[in-house]
Write a protein that binds this ligand. Structure first.
Ligand code: C2O
Ligand code: CU
Length: 463
């Protein structure tokens, strides 16, 4: 029998202690990983220089007072963020496009209580997919997002191809008067149409910013439309750009960016081959509307790296389950305008109007008395949304918690893109297939926030 000395006893209990702690963590996250330190996201008001002249007051953000931080995290590892609310109204955070636990989805009443002034909420999740995502509140969103609370989230994969540089563009407008201060967030007559546009366009809170990038290099350009209204038609001048991912998921086959429409909530990842000449400029433009608008530009610096787009390895596919179309059940999803005019009061803000509906039911979302779910889905079963837009406006329809695959459209050829947001055009019918693999109540809504908040919201229940 080995001699038990005091020294050996201490060693033995230290091992047992460490093992015990590891077990506790494994139980909570389902993984033998150390509990991550939470990233503190303090929601607060601030001022910032958006246009020349006096700074804009009443901006809302998280962190040090500037542009919301880009949150970077590895795929498949637990991540923790602590929302601490220093605003004078309730808020939450929704992690747009992340297929995570329902309790972490950030929708008041549906998945969590509001986080009141002075309170904290700990979000802990393990992102299953790599790609470009974003985060924003899901309470009083026209105000909170309109005043600044839209941040980019990047999930990295160690096997991602290596670029010579990366540039992230958070695209959004601001509704400011000539004195640089916020004006009315919307006009009802516009909310009943395409939505109310901002007066100042920005990328990363700057007007037409310029970034340096290595000449002849391959740049990963991560573009996120976080605006509450604007749909972009993107084009690159002065460099070849290849679309490598849309809405966080690698495209089935890469293609050159000619002109691509992306709406609020959507993301576009481009591989940009910078021009060879030092000082040459590549410009990202929005050509929707009459005159092209410069969004941001990249200036070539240094000696050409002489890279070739063919050098670039593939992005790893995300583990999104494939729907079984032979057994999939169809769920109709008709987007329409509604004549009804009553609006529901909500602590998360009401716009006071009801202009839109899904399957004829107008619901503004985040109220304490949600309407019945649009459908009850069986966990693990395949479904197809038969989405039909009978309005004369485009709607970026976003589903929480699960990703779908685009399988057909009545108006265009489709590739099987995997996504969480589909920009459905006027009079378009589209089929979106998915596996109901994530239990809980998941909202789906138009990401033009005025449409969402005046009725174009619903939810599905997965049990
Ligand atoms: Cu990006 Cu329900 O939201
Ligand atoms: Cu809409």
């Amino acid at each position: 029998m080995p001699l038990i000395t005091r020294r050996n006893l201490i060693k033995a209990s230290a091992v047992a202690g460490a093992y015990g702690a590891g077990m506790a963590i494994a139980g909570r996250f389902g993984l033998a990983e150390a509990a991550p330190e939470p990233r503190i996201l303090a929601a607060r008001k601030t001022e910032a220089q958006i246009i020349e002249g006096p700074p804009t007051r009443d901006i809302m953000t998280w962190g040090d007072g500037g542009l919301p931080p880009i949150l970077r995290m590895p795929r498949g590892k637990p991540y923790a963020a602590r929302l601490s609310n220093n605003l004078d109204e309730p808020t939450t955070i929704h992690w747009h496009g992340l297929r995570i636990d329902n309790k972490m989805d950030g929708v008041p009443f549906i998945t969590q209580p509001y986080v009141y002034t002075g309170d904290n909420f700990d979000y802990v999740f393990t992102p299953p997919d790599a790609g470009t995502f974003w985060y924003h509140p899901h309470c009083n969103t026209l105000t909170q997002m309109g005043h600044g609370m839209t941040g980019v989230l990047v999930v990295e994969d160690p096997s991602d191809p290596v670029f010579d540089a990366e540039v992230v563009l958070n695209l959004r407008d601001w509704r400011l008067g000539s004195d640089g201060q916020f004006i009315a967030p919307f006009r009802p007559r516009d909310a009943a149409k395409a939505g109310t546009y901002g007066t100042i366009r920005t990328a990363n809170w700057q007007q037409e910013p310029k970034y340096d990038a290595p000449a002849g290099g391959l740049i990963r350009l991560r573009i996120v439309v976080t605006d509450v209204t604007r749909i972009f038609s993107l084009k690159m001048e002065g460099a070849d750009a290849t679309v490598i991912a849309i809405d966080g998921n690698p495209v089935p086959k890469r293609f050159p960016l000619d002109l691509l429409q992306i709406g609020p909530g959507q993301r576009l990842d481009l591989a940009v081959r910078m021009p060879d000449g030092e000082g040459a400029v590549a410009t990202l433009e929005d050509i929707r509307g009459t005159t092209p608008k410069v969004i941001a530009s990249l200036r070539a610096t240094g000696q050409s790296l002489k890279r070739d787009i063919g050098d670039l390895g593939a992005l790893a596919e995300n583990p999104v389950p494939k729907a079984d179309l032979s057994s999939a059940e169809a769920i109709p999803l008709v987007l329409s305008a509604t004549a009804e005019n009553a609006a529901v009061e909500s602590i998360c803000g009401t716009l006071g109007y009801s202009f839109w509906a899904i399957n004829k039911v107008p619901w503004p979302g985040d109220t304490s008395d949600p309407t019945a779910p649009l459908a009850e889905l069986k966990l693990g079963k395949s479904y197809v949304f038969n989405l039909e837009n009978v309005t004369p406006h485009a709607h970026p329809i976003h589903l929480h918690g699960m990703s779908f695959t685009v399988i057909s459209s009545s108006t265009r050829e489709v590739v099987p893109l995997v996504s969480d947001t589909y920009l459905v055009q006027p009079d378009e019918k589209v089929q979106l297939a998915f596996v109901a693999d994530n239990p809980g109540d998941w909202v789906l809504h138009c990401h033009i926030i005025e449409h969402q908040k005046t009725g174009m919201t619903s939810y599905v229940r997965v049990v």
